[in-house]
Structure formats: C-alpha cells, structure tokens
Design a protein around this ligand. Sequence first.
Ligand code: SF4
Ligand code: SF4
Length: 352
Amino acid sequence: MIISVASGKGGTGKTLVATSLALSLKGKGKVQLLDCDVEEPNAHIFLCPTTNQSQPVFLPIPKVDETKCTYCGKCAEVCAYNAIAVIKQKVLVFPELCHGCGACSYLCPESAITEEGREIGVVETGSLGNIEFIQGRLAIGEPMAPPIIREVKRHIDPTKEVIIDVSPGTSCPVVEAVKDSDFCLLVTEPTPFGLNDLSLAVEVTRKLGISCGVVINRVGVGNEKVESYCHEQGIPILLKIPLDRKIATLYSKGISLIEGMPRWRKAFLRLFQDIKEIVSASQVMKPIDWQEVAIDGETHVKRITAMYEEFGFEVRLEEIKPEELEQCTKCLQERGEKIYRVYTRRKKEVDE
Ligand code: SF4
Ligand code: SF4
C-alpha cells in the first residue's frame, strides 16, 4: 500500500506524521519511507538512517546540430513548456524550462536533436532496521523537482508498506509525489490558513482520484472550522494531535515523536489500520469512467494532452463541430483549428 503524506500548507507537521507512521511500523513487516520533499528533505533528521548510496539524477536536455537543422520550427511547436524556440536561423534551448520529455528530439524531421544529461540532484538510499529510506535532493538553484521525485519513486517496492513525505503546497511536485498513491493523508492545523490550504489540497486529491483523510495537528490553537469542513465534505478525520509543548520541543531537537513519546505508537498503528480499511473499501468502489476536462482548439489540446499524460492520465479526444457548441469559437475557426472535447482517466484505473 502506498500512503502519501501531504499538506496544502508548510509547517503543519507533515514530516512528523510521515516519520511517526513509518517508525510505528518498525518491526511490523517491510516498510519504505520516501522523502519526496526534494527541495528540503528533512525526514532523515528524525529517522537517522544509515545512508549507503547516492546516485546523481540527470535530465535529458536537447542539443541541436545546426548543420542538420532546417529551422522548420517543429520542435518549438511541440514543446509544451516553451523550452525551445526557433528564431530565424537560430534554435534556442532554455535548459531551466526543459522537462526532458524528449518530444522535440523524437519529432524533429531531420534528426538534428540529440540529448545530453544535465545533473539536477541526487537520490540517496539507506535504512534503519526494517525501514528502507530513500530521499531525493534537488541541487541548489535547480527548479525542476518532478524528475527527482520520479527517480525516488522508482525505488517503490509494491510488496512493502510505502510512506511518501510530500512537499507542501499543491503544485507540480506535489502532484508528482501523490499520484499513484492508494491513499493521501492530509496534515493540517485548525487555523484559517490551514483550512484554506487544506481545501486546495483536497481538490488535488479529487482531481487525481485518490481517497484522502485528514490529520489535524496542534488541536487547540485555532477554531472548529477545519472539522466542520471535513464533516461537510465527507472527509474522515483520522487523527488529532494536540498543541503540546513537549511535542514541539522534541521536534525542535530532531527527536521523533515515537522515540520521544512512545505512547503515540499505538495511535499511529491505529491510523495505519484505518487507512488500510478505507483503501480496501475504496478499491471495491473505484470509478473507471472517462471524465470530460476541456473543450478547446487543437493547439491548446496538444498542451492539455501532454500535461495530463505527464501526470499519469490516459487522454481521449472527440472532435466536435463549432455549431454543436454554445460557446463562442470564432477565434478558433479564424485560425482554422479543429475543436476537441478532451476526456481523461487515470492510467492506473485502466490497468486495474
Ligand atoms: S525540429 Fe529539428 S529541424 Fe526543425 S527547427 Fe527543430 S531542430 Fe531544426
Ligand atoms: S525535451 Fe521536451 S520540454 Fe525539453 S525542449 Fe524538448 S519538447 Fe521541450
């Protein structure tokens, strides 16, 4: 089972929950803890694993052979990230924007593009008893976290209990880390900021079709609105951790909750069992239907397709005539663009 531990907001205690969950399972079968918060990995501080391997991660960046290039512009046209541009008799590559998807080299009609690796970080592996520890570390100044997260997730062993510490927020690195999880645990705090960012994180899990539950940390600091929101939305509150000076002190010293206050182990084992039951129930009910996500002209549809495929979705297009639509499509017709209805479904669901 893969459980990702995320939070819309930073500083809610996500790593405390992820490491406590992993440590509570220590001695109870095989466990993996993946630190996918690659911009600032800190689970190792609480776990203190023995690190035994460090592997660099490279991103394939296009390199253009201008003796073969005809400046047709095809590469710039297919790049969904504006990472390559053709200006008159020059092809410009912007490595910091490149996602290394390979579309430009694959589609270049002159085979003028080769790829060269650019090191963007490392993946480190180690262990602590029966807990296998894997963390990604993005090099300073590098903006592209998802490729490192993908490398970390390549180590997932489906026969083990896998816990993923996700970076805070709701952007691409979060989607990359959370997708393909069986369950997403959202850690929040009972404050207006906590509620706002929790609702954004819930939206992400719903778009990905992943069941979620909430851990409320620092109970006593704010108000009841987070609880009311969860009840309204039908999201289970699986654990509450009180505002406790001793917990804060342990955290500030880099001591895990399970080590510093062993009585919490039982609560985290209960949390794990509850998640297991929810996952079993939701697997029985998981929908596999296509969902309509957009109606757009072919230029935009190419980008939408690339984005969804990168996030692990299957995409189906259905061409529609302008007269079948109520919305204005004048500009698309003027550009001679075909119009499509875009449907997606998760690849994992298809495999299932
Ligand atoms: S697709 Fe190939 S040939 Fe065309 S501009 Fe790009 S690099 Fe040059
Ligand atoms: S590899 Fe992908 S992201 Fe990078 S320049 Fe080529 S098409 Fe764009």
